[in-house]
Design a binder for this molecule. Structure first.
Ligand SMILES: Cc1cc2nc3c(=O)[nH]c(=O)nc-3n(C[C@H](O)[C@H](O)[C@H](O)COP(=O)(O)OP(=O)(O)OC[C@H]3O[C@@H](n4cnc5c(N)ncnc54)[C@H](O)[C@@H]3O)c2cc1C
Length: 338
């Protein structure tokens, strides 16, 4: 069936015309407006929530499980689910309107551990990117092998925003994962890649509070970007402490870089902790989960902020511990790698 053109009014000012019948997500993408989404339209990641003003019907059964009653009242919908049948009006945050699609060259791929690599990309077009330390991009894979559609996956940028002509990503291989298998087994230095962004609201809040940073595995990426972007004075004032959790010594990386950072930045402390060190590790550092050792290093949580990144299980446990220690939930910021 042929659909008529419809109009999308954005923030009451910008108007775009698109063919009707497509999802809001696809239609915005045609105009290079990229709403984050990682589940390929399955309504499971819930990243593509958009505030709608008018023109959409009732909430669909596929949307209902991921929308809270408050979101439903406010007209929030999943852009990957709602289709455009008539003119609509929506609201988008300004930051989303400045996301772009980037082409970049793979400059260097470095092994950090047996299952984690550091990827350096040099931008081709646009030639520079403007992001806040802690934000992420969505990497687009081409079709390869038996994977017959492009997918996009989120990766936090681990470099610093002042190096605006490049993007560094720290990626952990997920067995059978579509994007990471491509990046580990197919992608070569010199290859061109595409990604969109920047996205996310995980960044350092402007305050004088002590920063308690906690990450596991590749969750180090946004924390590295944040801490390396802070000035010497900010570090002296905020006294960040970074707890990095790993299973055994073979899962640790960039330890020397952090020790060097510690020497160069009085006020900063780095605490790696192994949950299950191998006997051969001869590990003399902290043993246990990060949640079990925080109070050995931080005695006063009353004026602290939490910056957490890693798997949902680890994050939930850390939020629990920090709130019990007295850090209000609204002062705990995180990115969950689910
Ligand atoms: C905001 C954000 C930032 C992130 N930043 C980083 C980062 O900096 N570094 C990093 O390493 N990761 C990061 N992640 C995680 C990343 O986005 C991916 O989820 C991860 O790399 C896996 O992607 P993949 O395509 O390789 O795996 P997927 O293909 O998504 O597969 C994930 C799992 O599902 C299984 N699976 C896949 N397809 C099927 C199927 N059809 N049926 C059953 N099971 C299936 C796979 O076996 C695998 O175990 C981030 C996530 C978020 C949300």
């Amino acid at each position: 069936m042929d659909h008529q053109e419809v109009e999308i009014a954005i923030n009451g000012e910008r108007k775009i015309r698109v063919p009707g019948g497509k999802t809001l997500l696809e239609s915005l993408k045609q105009h290079k407006i990229f709403v984050p989404a990682t589940c390929g339209g399955r309504a499971t990641c819930a990243y593509c929530k958009v505030k709608t003003i008018s023109g959409f019907g009732a909430v669909l059964p596929t949307e209902a499980p991921v929308l809270s009653p408050e979101e439903t009242r406010q007209g929030v919908r999943l852009a990957c689910q709602v289709k455009l049948q008539s003119d609509v009006a929506i609201e988008l945050p300004d930051a989303l309107l400045s996301t772009r699609e980037y082409r970049a060259r793979t400059d260097k791929i470095t092994d950090l551990t047996y299952d984690t690599k550091l990827f350096h990309f040099k931008l081709i077009a646009p030639a520079t990117i403007n992001y806040r330390a802690g934000q992420y991009i969505q990497f687009l894979t081409p079709e390869y092998g038996h994977v017959c559609e492009s997918v996009c996956r989120s990766y936090s940028v681990c470099g610093v925003p002042t190096e605006s002509d490049r993007v560094e990503l720290m990626v952990r291989l997920v067995p059978e994962g579509i994007c990471t298998t491509y990046m580990f087994n197919r992608l070569q230095e010199g290859d061109e890649v595409r990604f969109i962004g920047p996205f996310g609201d995980f960044y350092v809040r402007d305050s004088d509070r002590r920063m308690i940073c906690i990450a596991g595995g590749s969750g180090m990426a946004p924390i590295r970007s944040m801490l390396r972007s802070m000035t010497q004075q900010e570090i002296a004032r905020r006294k960040p402490i970074f707890f990095f959790g790993a299973r055994a010594k073979k899962d640790l990386f960039m330890i020397e870089e952090w020790r060097e950072f510690e020497r160069a930045h009085p006020g900063f402390r780095f605490v790696p902790a192994l949950s299950r060190p191998d006997p051969d590790d001869r590990w003399e550092g902290e043993v246990g989960r990060v949640t079990e050792i925080i109070d050995k290093y931080v005695s006063d949580f009353s004026n602290a902020e939490g910056y957490l990144c890693g798997s949902p299980g680890m994050l939930n446990a850390c939020v629990d511990v920090l709130t019990k220690m007295g850090v209000p939930e609204e002062r705990i910021y995180y990115d969950k790698y689910d």
